[in-house]
Design a protein around this ligand. Structure first.
Ligand SMILES: [Zn+2]
Length: 229
């Protein structure tokens, strides 16, 4: 595949509505400003993410899709694909792995961003499940004996250049997001159902970006474990 065709496309894959903003929102906004085509895949409907006793799972999943669309629009993301698995029940099954591999073959991204499944002491099972399913899915996207027959109908193998793992246990790459930090925070603020009254969530995210940037010599940053594929 010609190098030029690998440029300018990114896939960001998160477990819940809001994970991609937390993990790589500043990076995504920066790439979008440079003309890159960004696709989000949100694996679950986030329908357990509430402490409001009056909330129910149907209303919450609809609300969170709207919030995710608004956040993506603030960052310049072209499209959001919702897989709509139930929150908290995701597993890195062969079926999920192949589903993600299909999107990788279809969109042909230069880079993929997702959760670091090896992060120590990470509580949320969906974050681990998505991280592993993406990593394993990249192998299925790359090797022609997976998904046999798809090459015949226009889905040849695809190997992105890089995988970036956010909230990484052992980051080795920091993206300078000094120019897009405010957009990241604006996108995070769209997730109203996740921000309780008096919450310092957005401010904590600002501080985290300042801290991650500082260790790399930037005003603000997003740190990743970068794996060359
Ligand atoms: Zn999450």
């Amino acid at each position: 595949m010609a190098e030029a065709q690998k440029q300018q496309r990114v896939l960001a894959i998160g477990a819940h509505p809001d994970d991609t903003e937390v993990g790589c929102g500043g990076t995504v906004a920066k790439l979008a400003q440079q003309g890159w085509e960004i696709t989000y895949i949100v694996c679950t409907n986030g329908n357990k993410g509430s402490h409001d006793p009056s909330m129910d799972i149907y209303r919450l999943s609809a609300l969170r899709e709207q919030e995710q669309q608004a956040a993506a629009a603030a960052l310049g993301v072209q499209r959001v694909i919702f897989l709509r698995y139930n929150d908290g029940e995701l597993e890195p099954t062969p079926a999920l792995r192949l589903e993600l591999a299909l999107y990788v073959r279809h969109f042909k991204p230069h880079a993929v961003y997702t959760h670091d499944p090896w992060r120590r002491y990470m509580l949320h099972p969906d974050h681990r499940a998505v991280g592993f399913a993406v990593i394993e899915g990249l192998v299925s996207a790359r090797d022609h004996l997976y998904l046999p027959g798809l090459e015949q109908i226009g889905y040849p193998v695809w190997r992105p250049e890089y995988l970036y793992l956010w909230s990484a246990d052992d980051p080795d790459y920091t993206e300078d997001i000094g120019a897009t930090l405010e957009l990241k925070l604006e996108a995070l603020a769209q997730h109203h159902s996740q921000i309780e009254a008096g919450s310092t969530f957005v401010e904590r995210m600002r501080q985290r970006s300042l801290d991650q940037g500082q260790s790399a010599g930037f005003a603000a940053g997003e740190a990743f474990r970068r794996i060359r594929l």
